[in-house]
Design a protein around this ligand. Sequence first.
Ligand code: TXA
Ligand code: MG
Length: 351
Amino acid sequence: MKTRVFHPENGENEIREAAQILRSGGLLGIPTETVYGLGASALNEDAVLHIFQAKGRPQDNPLIIHVPDVTWLERYCAQVPDTAYRLAEAFWPGPLTMILPRKPIVPLRTTGGLDTVGVRCPDHPVTRAIIQEAGVPVAAPSGNTSGRPSPTSAADMLEDMDGKIDGIVDGGPCRVGVESTIIDLTVTPPRLLRPGGLPLEELRRILGEVAVDKAVTQKVTGSEPPRAPGMKYRHYAPHAPVTAVTGEAGRSAAYIRSVLQAGEGVICFEEYRDLFSGFQVQSLGASGDSAQQAHRVFDALRRFDSTPVTAIYTQCPGDAGLGLAVGNRLKKAAGFHIVDADRLPQAVIGI
Ligand code: TXA
Ligand code: MG
């Protein structure tokens, strides 16, 4: 299949033809403010099956659906609580996915067999226009091959999906760079299932108490199925094994420098780049700039796949603000293989 690239700046026709792909059951790469999505009509079971096949994604891993505005919520969700409207008012369009009870019109194939459905309204005008024009909600997981880092540009998505999808809309690089925050509103208190582009602190401002699912900070083991099924799969991983190093930035940098061997790579904060000269380095941006880190994290992981590094060490930000999401993606890429530099004796770190 030849994948057509749409350029929305070339006019309304591009939007109409992209929407036509969705209406006719095809696969369309869509830009959002978080990451690129692999979209299809959420109501068309065959189209949804093709999403799973193109990604190589297990079929018990549910898809979230994308709507152009909050008025679509009640078409697909039952028993919508007042809190959902308060969150939509505060944060939509934006990087927030709400888990709500599913109405029967949403096929079980889309929700991976669950009685709930994740809904979000993306903050990208072109994509909202395409969904409006198509007139159907769009199921869209991140546009990567299952297990790889999520794509934050059309070029990254084509690296994984060229020839497997009907089209892709080039809406430029993604502003946020990590996926949406997922909040489960079917439980009390509401539960954070995945940290993402909307900080947990912002959710607590509206909701008060928010529980944090274990899968956010720990590897999920077989005995206890995670609430977000996607959390149990290996994710975001480059080919080389990754070690995530947490703790104060000076200490994590010093620890990595002390263990690093020839042929290994580093993901570090910009301030420490010079410490690693002679090695393959990807910078996440300044240690205090978690928005920049979110913007860079998947690209940094992806870049290593075109180099022969045998192992990767990465510094991790703390949990405040977007740091929770950035750290979660890096720890998942490491399969939760984590070293806490704050707990190591000075002699081990070499400072
Ligand atoms: O920012 C995003 O959310 C991007 C863009 C394209 O919108 N999409 C995205 O989709 O990240 P995906 O499929 O890569 O991640 C969605 C996660 C998965 O871990 C899935 O298991 C979980 O959401 N999920 C989806 N529906 C769910 C449900 N009903 N209950 C619990 N978890 C759900
Ligand atoms: Mg994904």
